[in-house]
Design a protein around this ligand. Structure first.
Ligand code: GLU
Ligand code: ZN
Length: 298
């Protein structure tokens, strides 16, 4: 069962090739795919290869291979952010020349002790763009996103984010800038991704506003937490998705998303499981958080 084509929904999955896909990426990919396909929407794939030094050799091919083995089919050509530098450069130049962004020459050492919130040292220094990071000036305002699962998430940009980098000192473009430009350029209407990115969203809303771009809808799938509710440490990494586990892991991911695949799906192919998911998708059942035990064992 496939819904009829619906051009008013465009979703996407946007992996970073710094490593393999793992269970958390599968949950995000699956939610975004089912949310799009259940309404006949398009589903795009974008490789967020902005940071060659942190790219794992072979990761791009491994990600594409895993997606195919898990039954995902995307629309149109794969877009790579490494091919979009001209578009990013134009916007950075414009924001800089309008005074909305400025050059920052602070060293890592100088920024120690500020908890990642830039204290504005270079705001009025008038540095030139060469050999400098470019930071966006943020307003002393609160931005709020109405997330379909997480509810209202608010952030005061000045206090909780600070002037943030849109182009690094080494010339590489920042995720916050590229994601906003590419989602708009690709006509994405619905962003479904991991809840680790919820606190990036207010910065992205500000960029959208500044650039006159329309705001997509957001759905952040549950973050996997420890039984006491604390976030998993960065050191926690679930293993890469293996091809032979596609069906059981898809079923586990569906359950993690609050869906209730029936027993008839035991032994089903990845494609059959995805088709069941499309036909039965109910985003209203997605939980806000998930414990490690639930993510792994249910
Ligand atoms: N590339 C990001 C990641 O892999 C996801 C970006 C997004 O979905 O906005 O975490
Ligand atoms: Zn600075």
């Amino acid at each position: 069962m496939t819904a009829s084509p619906n051009p008013s929904y465009i979703g996407r999955f946007a992996p970073t090739p710094s490593g393999h896909l793992h269970f958390g990426s599968l949950v995000a990919a699956l939610a975004s795919y089912l949310d799009a396909r259940s309404v006949g929407g398009r589903w795009l794939l974008r490789m967020e290869d902005l940071d060659p030094p942190r790219e794992m050799p072979g990761a791009q091919a491994a990600i594409l291979d895993a997606l195919q083995r898990y039954g995902f089919e995307w629309d149109g050509e794969l877009v790579r952010q490494s091919e979009r530098h001209d578009a990013y450069a134009q916007v950075v130049d414009r924001l800089f020349s309008q005074g909305l962004a400025y050059a920052c020459t602070c060293s890592r050492k100088q920024l120690e002790g500020y908890n990642g919130i830039y204290p504005g040292l270079c705001r009025n220094a008038g540095h030139s763009m060469e050999n400098a990071a470019i930071r966006l000036r943020v307003p002393e305002l609160e931005y709020a996103v109405e997330d379909r699962v997480q509810g209202t998430f608010r952030q005061h940009l000045g206090r909780d984010a600070g002037d943030f980098v849109i182009r690094r000192r080494d010339g590489l473009y920042a995720y916050q800038l590229a994601v906003v430009l590419d989602d708009a350029w690709q006509g994405v209407t619905d962003i479904v991704r991991g809840a680790d990115l919820l606190d990036s969203t207010p910065r992205q809303l500000y960029l959208q506003e500044l650039l006159g771009l329309s705001q997509p809808r957001y759905l952040h799938v549950p973050l996997i937490v420890q039984p006491d509710g604390h976030k998993l440490g960065k050191s926690y990494r679930s293993p890469p998705l293996t091809p032979d586990q596609a069906s059981p892991l898809l079923l586990r991911a569906l359950r993690a998303l609050g869906q209730a695949p029936d027993e008839s799906l035991d032994g089903a192919s990845p494609r059959e499981i995805l088709d069941w998911g499309i036909a039965h998708w109910n985003a209203g059942l997605i939980p806000r958080t998930l414990t490690l035990a639930e993510a792994q064992l249910r």
